[in-house]
Write a protein that binds this ligand. Structure first.
Ligand code: UD1
Length: 426
């Protein structure tokens, strides 16, 4: 695990234009590990998670669970054991929540098992306002009294949460997960309508079912949950990270298939592959769970729009835009999920990209090549885009505020070094 005392360097230096080749392996999914870790609150038995990535966000969730009272043993190799037997606190404090919005995921499990929770309001973040109103509305419908006071969400339940029909006015990933975790211990049936379909929601439902939860419909628009009194312990393996996989697939495309990706969750990226094919990249399967992305003769500009799963993920928007900066012709990228997720555009411009923003759409005029410059990592996925850009740019790129990268990409420097990248922290 990353040691919290370890001093994290904040600048990444990349010497671009090197010919990258070799094999890179995909880690466990951050966005699956976090809700599954929060779900360990739901039982007083031991839960053992496998394939947990070594990331700052995982470390933050560990601190939060330890603060609540969980005994946590890192058995190394991505295996972590959790047990919440003796409660220490029902509060998720501001210093932890402010580091990671996904801390809100402890609210549902705490209300369901202990009937009380106090969670700091996550507040805004660099990619938009990102409210949690839909989570709170759902818990109210399930019988919780929810107040927001002094920057804290305070939830109380008299007895058990009650099953309810929760119809989300828009799809929300962590909203669906939070309600799912609350519903498994609620009294009666909960129906989640317009539920998120993401594979990470399905992974959470699969783990909860192994713990004894009665769930059906995960992976569809309507999830039905019949609450049970108790859940038992479980051993569960986290699914591979489709966003990390998509990021490396883009890199493989840029290096004409010389980068092979191992442990690749092919089925989660079907729509992304369609976009690759439109541009002129073919996905070549090499043995079990391995792919390379190979370029065809001619590349074409495309129009990409982000949309909830199974469509193009907002978490790959900055990375695909980086690729399109060097595809000849006029492409466009429209961001439909978050209102302020183009912070990487001025940074790409510093590297020589030609991009113009109009409303929710960025218009990209493909250039011959990018050239190294000093840039900033503005958020987690934008930082991956800067790394891709730095690797293909001519000359030296310095990426500041690189800690964002450590929140979501496991050992990215060493993985890239194995491919021959000249990358170092200074
Ligand atoms: C999750 C992912 C994040 C990804 C995002 C969209 C995790 C830990 N994070 O974030 O990586 O970028 O899905 O795929 O899984 N909204 C509201 N009110 C709410 C909740 C959401 O208005 O109560 C809005 C959001 O501001 C956003 C949209 O709904 O515009 C979708 O957000 P949501 O799916 O909830 O994103 P997260 O779960 O926070």
């Amino acid at each position: 695990m990353i040691d919290s005392k370890e001093k994290l360097c904040e600048v990444l230096e990349i010497r671009g234009g090197k010919d990258l080749k070799g094999t890179i392996e995909i880690s466990g999914a951050k966005n699956s590990a976090l809700p599954n870790m929060a779900a360990t609150i739901l039982t007083d038995d031991t839960v053992e998670l496998h394939n947990v990535p070594t990331l700052l966000d995982v470390k933050t969730m560990i601190h939060l669970l330890q603060h609540i009272g969980s005994d946590i043993y890192d058995l190394s190799g991505g295996v972590i054991r959790f047990r919440l037997k003796d409660l220490n606190s029902l509060e998720a404090p501001y210093d932890l929540v402010s580091k990671m919005r996904a801390s809100i995921l402890v609210l549902g499990p705490l209300l369901a098992r202990f009937g009380y929770a106090q969670v700091a309001l996550p507040g805004g973040c660099s990619i938009g306002t990102r409210p949690v109103d839909l989570h709170l509305e759902a818990f109210r419908k399930m019988g919780a009294e929810i107040k927001v006071e002094h920057g804290y969400i305070i939830g109380k339940v008299a007895g058990r949460l009650k099953g309810a029909v929760i119809k989300f006015p828009r799809k929300t990933v962590t909203g669906t997960e939070n309600v799912l975790m609350a519903a498994v211990l609620a009294e009666g049936e909960t129906v989640i309508e317009n539920a998120a379909l993401e594979p990470e929601v399905v992974d959470l439902a699969n783990m909860l079912k192994k713990m004894g939860a009665d769930i059906e419909g995960e992976g569809t628009d309507v999830i039905r949950v019949r609450g049970v009194r108790n859940l038992n312990g479980v051993t569960h393996k986290i699914i591979p990270d489709r966003i990390e996989a998509g990021t490396f697939a883009i890199l493989s495309a840029l290096f004409d298939g010389k980068i092979v990706i191992k442990n690749y969750p092919f089925e989660y990226l079907t729509y992304v592959h369609k976009i690759f094919e439109k541009i002129g990249f073919n996905i070549v399967k090499i043995g079990d769970n391995q792919v390379a992305v190979v370029r065809s003769e001619r590349l074409n500009p495309v129009a990409v729009e982000t949309k909830e799963y199974p469509f193009f993920p907002t978490d790959l928007q900055a990375q695909i835009m980086t690729l399109l900066t060097v595809v000849k012709g006029r492409s466009s990228v429209t961001e439909n999920i978050f209102e302020n997720r183009f912070m990487h555009v001025p940074e790409l411009q510093r590297l020589g990209a030609e991009i113009r923003i109009k409303g929710r759409t960025a218009y990209i005029n493909g250039v011959e090549k990018l050239t190294g410059a000093e840039v900033k990592a503005t958020d987690l996925r934008a930082s991956a885009a800067m790394v891709i850009a730095g690797l293909i740019a001519e000359g030296k790129t310095l990426i500041y505020d690189i800690y964002h990268l450590d929140r979501g990409y496991e050992n990215i420097d060493s993985k890239l070094k194995l491919l021959g990248a000249e990358i170092s922290r200074i």
